[in-house]
Design a protein around this ligand. Structure first.
Ligand code: MN
Ligand code: MN
Length: 457
């Protein structure tokens, strides 16, 4: 038995609470396969829990008071939620932040073509993927098409039992001798999915593609509309219990919707905090946190200014103090020790599934490059919070020294001078179409984000 596995720390009731929490998570994960779907579902949960859209308050010239709950949306791809505290903003905020984008394939802007009797869709992958993992697995299309007349068509094809699915094919092993010697078994331009095989009877040139376009026309989509569309190709199917003991969950997008969901659930439960509590869910982490909806955009800063203005009036110096005095948990996943793939991992310092929320003092690569390196003064406070609340936790780094590395949004918030640390859920098969997480870690992360958001020092 793995000595540090924490399942035996739970009594039957605690185990049931963790399993119950994860039922909600599996639903959220199964219905939130794109950033837009994640935000839509986050808004629904927020409104059901008394959060109001900040635009309504601004429009009606309403003031915010301690205990009030507001949220703001950025381009339907990021959200920030606040529960107003008793203290002045210059005392700082308690922030948990996660990302809601996940590695996937995106359709190109002119994706549809015909070859040898098939209609195919051309993709460009998003985020770090091992391309061979995305072939011969059922895929679904989740997207939005924006028409010139201003209408938007949202659609999902490939998730319902009676929906068709799509796939990227691969060679049979009998004829694959040459390809096996290639450096990349599957290359980016080979990630094209087959979507049809019946010709249109009147079309001469590309009859199969024409027939597929006819079917898309029924949804209101014309070929030119792909120019103003975001269509994501994701694994088809729901998140499911994993293991005979049901201790884990197999799902698409645990990175980072497992931390996003547990962070969101934590802020939904915050009532009358001393410090204002904030949950931030952002896009584009997987491609460097860039763009208008990524962590590097000014959205977060601007919304803190708006909320401060509605609460106590905006003042630049106090606003700067507010960010400077804030504390942040960058809630993102980390690598879990994989018994089948031990080579790049250091067993002494690796995160393990079912040992609780995993704190990473630093991420980065090669001598901690580009890492936020959390301060021990801050870590000591968090250790106390964990111990006082009996939260199961572990401290880790990702992989052996010089084995590789990774980043999160932590260093971006740290630029304001606030205390930041990474703490989240260890995964197996990170960035694969189906990732694995432990129910215990998901639940303990939620419990930690909850007590952190309510903490005051
Ligand atoms: Mn991540
Ligand atoms: Mn990632």
């Amino acid at each position: 038995m793995e000595v540090n596995n924490k399942w035996l720390c739970y009594n039957e009731e605690q185990k049931n609470l963790a399993y119950e929490f994860c039922e909600g998570y599996k639903d959220f994960l199964s219905n939130s396969k794109t950033e837009r779907e994640s935000i839509k579902n986050a808004i629904a949960l927020a409104e059901a829990n008394g959060f109001r859209n900040i635009n309504d308050l601004i429009k009606n010239n309403e003031k915010l008071n301690p205990g009030d709950k507001v949220y703001a949306i950025n381009m339907n791809k990021a959200i920030v939620l606040f529960v107003i505290g008793e203290e002045a903003f210059e005392k700082g905020l308690n922030i948990v932040g996660a990302h809601i984008d996940s590695p996937r394939l995106d359709l190109k802007c002119n994706p549809i073509y015909e070859n040898s009797g098939f209609c195919l869709l051309d993709t460009h992958y998003y985020g770090g993927i091992k391309k061979y993992q995305w072939v011969t697995t059922p895929l679904a299309l989740h997207g939005i098409v924006c028409k010139k007349d201003g209408t938007k068509i949202d659609f999902v094809i490939g998730e319902n039992e009676d929906d068709p699915v799509f796939a990227i094919t691969d060679l049979l092993p009998h004829l694959d001798k040459d390809k096996q010697n290639r450096k990349e078994v599957i290359e980016g331009e080979e990630l094209d999915l087959i979507v049809g095989n019946i010709p249109d009877k009147d079309e001469k040139e590309n009859p199969i593609a024409k027939n597929i376009m006819n079917l898309l026309n029924e949804l209101g989509i014309e070929e030119d509309d792909f120019l103003s569309a975001e269509i994501e190709v994701v694994p088809s199917g729901r998140a499911r219990d994993f293991g005979l003991d049901r201790s884990m969950i197999l799902g698409y997008g645990h990175d980072d919707r497992s931390c996003a969901y547990s962070s969101l659930k934590a802020i939904l439960g915050v009532k009358n905090p001393k410090r204002t509590a904030v949950c931030l869910l952002v896009d584009k982490e997987e491609i460097g946190s860039v763009g208008a909806t990524g962590m590097k955009s000014k959205f977060f800063e601007n919304m803190v200014a708006e909320v401060m203005n509605l609460f106590e009036g905006y003042q630049e110096l106090k606003f700067k103090r507010c960010l400077n005095h804030s504390c942040m948990i960058s809630s993102d996943v980390t690598a879990g020790y994989d018994p089948v793939w031990p080579a790049p991992m250091n067993k002494k310092t690796e995160a393990f599934l079912s040992r609780g929320i995993s704190f990473n003092k630093f991420t980065g690569h090669r001598g901690k490059s580009e890492a936020n390196d959390a301060n021990p003064e801050f870590i000591a406070r968090l250790r106390k919070i964990c111990e006082d609340n009996k939260i199961l936790f572990q401290f880790n780094e990702m992989g052996k020294v010089d084995a590789g590395g990774g980043g999160t949004i932590a260093y971006i918030l740290a630029e304001y001078g606030m205390e930041v640390i990474d703490a989240g859920i260890p995964l197996l098969s990170m960035h694969a179409p189906w990732e694995v997480a432990s129910k215990l870690d998901i639940y303990e992360s939620y419990r930690f984000y909850d007590v952190f958001l309510n903490s005051f020092e």
